[in-house]
Design a protein around this ligand. Structure first.
Ligand SMILES: C[S@@+](CC[C@H](N)C(=O)[O-])C[C@H]1O[C@@H](n2cnc3c(N)ncnc32)[C@H](O)[C@@H]1O
Length: 266
């Protein structure tokens, strides 16, 4: 997926997703505990919503750097942190998640960006190499899956109608403790903490959820591949799985997200 896909979706991402992700960012901060004075690298930071709770936890002291491959996302992060009264300088740079900027870090974080990375193990290995003594990596990813959750119902509809693409929806299974531990191990990291958190997410109507999903880059590629008619068929298959089965069904659910904290192995 070209990273500039994210350049195009910034307004949708800000409207639909950022407000719903903030409680998860706060969970990530609670579990990974960025401390005053630490050197913290936030990768795939997007528009930077997680920087607010991170900087609060750091009490304005230390080194906070955020990177993302999307110029538009970084541009937005600059606008966000200006008026947000963050009491510490934050360095914002366009860079790949694997780029540790030639520095040592006490904490390297990634919120909802792992499955965007083509070489996850290579990136995790680069993070391991850049950790200071006692340093940690903190990840936040969607999953494990809830069989009846709206994300999964779109996934099962996709699997039924477009089996060639359905594989994508299995990403959430990688959030389970064992899968995370295995992935981290392959990069020379050891899982020291795994927690599943949930926050309530509401959409006034299922069609709003479907639209939001297909305006993010994880799904936008499907929209391009399938075209309008097949996407409409997918939407109808999703609505048919709801109770009541209608595009107007309101959705209230609490999707699981896994937080993994890892240290250098050995
Ligand atoms: C779902 S957004 C998450 C943004 C933010 N962390 C949050 O929680 O709102 C995924 C982000 O990953 C970024 N991204 C995709 N591939 C990347 C890569 N190889 N290196 C760094 N960032 C990447 C995208 O530009 C996008 O901003």
């Amino acid at each position: 997926m070209p990273s500039n896909c994210w350049d195009k979706v910034v307004p949708h991402y800000l409207d639909f997703w950022v407000p719903r992700l903030i409680p998860y960012h706060e969970d990530l901060v609670r579990k990974s505990v960025p401390r005053p004075g630490e050197r913290v690298l936030v990768t795939a930071a997007g528009p930077g919503a997680e920087l607010l709770p991170i900087s609060r936890a750091m009490e304005g002291r230390g080194e906070l750097v955020a990177t993302d491959t999307s110029e538009a996302m970084i541009e937005h992060a600059k606008q966000l942190i200006g008026p947000a009264e963050i009491k510490m300088p934050i360095e914002l740079r366009v860079a790949d998640a694997s780029d540790t900027l030639g520095r040592r870090w006490d904490l390297i974080m990634n919120a909802f960006g792992m499955w965007q990375l083509e070489d996850r193990i290579g990136t995790l290995s680069a993070w391991r190499d850049a950790l200071a003594d006692g340093g940690r990596v903190a990840l936040l990813v969607w999953g494990p899956p809830d069989p009846d959750g709206p994300f999964e119902l779109v996934g099962s509809s996709l699997q039924d109608l477009e089996p060639a693409l359905g594989e994508h929806t299995r990403r959430r299974e990688l959030a389970a403790r064992e899968s995370m531990a295995t992935m981290l191990e392959q990069a020379g990291l050891q899982l020291v903490r795994h927690a599943v958190v949930r926050n309530v997410m509401e959409f006034g109507a299922a069609e709003g959820f479907f639209k939001a999903l297909f305006s993010g880059c994880s799904y936008v590629q499907f929209a391009e591949t399938l075209g309008r008619e097949r996407i409409e068929a997918l939407a109808q298959a999703f609505y048919a799985r709801l109770s009541p089965p209608s595009p107007r069904t309101p959705l209230s659910f609490a999707p699981a997200a896994a937080i993994a904290i890892a240290e250098r192995a050995g």
